[in-house]
Design a protein around this ligand. Structure first.
Ligand code: FE2
Length: 209
């Protein structure tokens, strides 16, 4: 038997991936680096949702989805996530399962609706070359398009074992370079226009440490 997560394109998940969501929630909160990344992404994304004119309930959903967007990385494990060298094909496939795993963890906690869809689709690309469902353009939920930009900016400007930290200016240049391919151009423009205010008032807040 298999279970269907739903979303714009349905994804069928093996029940073998079912674990204990409260244990995973606990592990998530114990991972300071992951939690701080997620909190910054949540704040960036909620701010972008507001300046893009989304409704208040959508902003709240995007904020919560931003905070939990990478909870599925708990199932990937530190060995792969912190690997300083290139990932193997298998390791990359495991990493690319984290949006599905995250949606499953949240569903196991009783959450449902658009929040799960945003977590599931936060790595889709505007040109259809992302994952897990290869959605494209406005077929990607707007909240997921917002999360994609917020997530990428924070990932580029935060320390990672496999590459150097980019300056805010370099990260902005990268967002612009990938506008229309990886990222929604409208969201990138909103981010670039509001960047000084946005990073000063949202990105510096950390949950712990
Ligand atoms: Fe992610």
């Amino acid at each position: 038997m298999s279970c269907n997560l739903g979303g714009e394109k349905s994804l069928v998940i093996s029940p073998a991936s079912k674990m204990f969501p409260l244990n995973e929630l606990s592990q998530f909160f114990c991972n300071r680096q992951l939690c701080n990344h997620c909190l910054r992404v949540a704040n960036y994304a909620a701010f972008l949702a507001r300046i893009l004119g989304l409704m208040e309930d959508e902003e709240t959903t995007i904020y919560l989805a931003g905070f939990f967007h990478d909870i599925g990385k708990i199932r990937v494990g530190e060995t792969i996530l912190c690997k300083p060298s290139s990932l193997t094909t298998l390791e990359r496939e495991i990493v690319e399962k984290h949006p599905v795993c995250g949606a499953l963890v949240l569903r196991g906690l009783g959450l449902k609706g658009p929040l799960l869809s945003l977590v599931l689709h936060h790595h889709e690309h505007f040109d259809g070359n992302g994952y897990p469902a290869r959605l494209s353009g406005e077929g990607i939920p707007v909240g997921a398009r917002i999360l994609g930009v917020a997530d990428a900016y924070d990932a580029m400007t935060s320390p990672r074992s496999y590459r150097r930290v980019l300056s805010p200016e370099e990260a902005i240049d990268e967002l612009k370079r990938c506008k229309g391919t990886q990222f929604d151009p409208v969201v990138v423009e909103a981010f670039v226009d509001s960047h000084p205010y946005l990073t000063r008032h949202t990105g510096q807040r950390c949950l712990v440490g």
